[in-house]
Design a protein. Structure first.
Length: 274
């Protein structure tokens, strides 16, 4: 399960999505995630799904990487579906067992929430898989640059976000190694109740925190040795410049927003309870 988490990882490939400006990918991802909350229609989700499938195809990232990124949230997905299924009481009752009942509104909300959560994770995963941490830092810093006028430390915020994303796969790999080492020494990490399982995590968390602090200290010393003093006066070896493909991407994203919101909100379409 630890190795199934793909957020923060980068998949190298020669695709148009990899060559896009990071500002385009960050803005496009945010707009796509926001668009998922602007409609409650089957047609809207069909259009959003087709758009996401097209982006995945253009990225040349294997679908198995996207599916692998969904595995760690299966439990969260199930909990979300169950809560919406049984706690939403709208419309006619479809099934009733003892005190539990499933209504049309509950089933509709559960299905839409499940689809929305899958699209949210897949869309975010595509951005991190096609953007290097350095490019992501530069893109965030450029997008937030207007906040410098009100003395917001934009460079430092972008650097912290980039370091956090970069440390995610490193710490996950370290956790996997520690768990295998503890199991090889005879540690039982699965049996027992919830309290016992929590206690069994102590032999993993302690060396993990020690390793994390050691890596953080090594990173701080490396940055100090390279005379890092923040973003004041720093220049870029590869400054971000928009190209024609970036402007075309903004246009495609704008067209998608108009189509998905227009059709998803104002085009009548009925499929059973949806």
């Amino acid at each position: 399960m630890i190795r199934d988490i793909t957020i923060g990882q980068y998949y190298p490939a020669d695709s148009i999505l990899h060559r896009l400006d990071p500002r385009v990918k960050i803005s496009g991802t945010l707009l796509y995630l926001i668009s998922l909350f602007l409609f409650k229609s089957v047609l809207g989700y069909v259009i959003a799904g087709c758009f996401l499938a097209g982006v995945i195809w253009l990225s040349k990232v294997p679908v198995k990487f996207i599916v692998k990124g969904l595995k760690p949230v299966v439990m969260l997905l199930m909990i979300t579906v169950i809560f919406n299924l049984f706690l939403t009481n709208e419309g006619d009752v479809l099934v009733k067992v003892w005190i539990f009942k499933i209504t049309e509104g509950g089933l509709r909300t559960a299905v839409f929430m499940a689809i929305r959560l899958v699209f949210l994770i897949a869309g975010s995963t595509i951005m991190t898989l096609t953007t290097t941490p350095n490019a992501l830092t530069d893109g965030i810093e450029k997008l937030l640059r207007p906040l410098n006028k009100i003395h917001v430390p934009v460079h430092e915020i972008a650097m912290m976000m980039s370091i956090a994303l970069r440390f995610i796969p490193i710490l996950l790999e370290e956790t996997d190694k520690i768990m295998k080492a503890q199991i090889a020494r005879g540690a039982d990490l699965e049996s027992g109740n919830i309290i016992q399982k929590a206690k069994n995590m102590i032999p993993i968390l302690v060396p993990l925190f020690v390793s994390a602090f050691r890596r953080a200290n090594d990173l701080a010393m490396a940055m100090e040795a390279r005379c890092y003093r923040g973003g004041d006066g720093r220049t870029k070896m590869k400054p971000l410049v928009y190209h024609s493909r970036d402007y075309l991407s903004y246009t495609v994203m704008a067209v998608y927003l108009v189509v998905v919101v227009g059709i998803g909100r104002y085009v009548p379409f009925h499929l059973w309870i949806f």
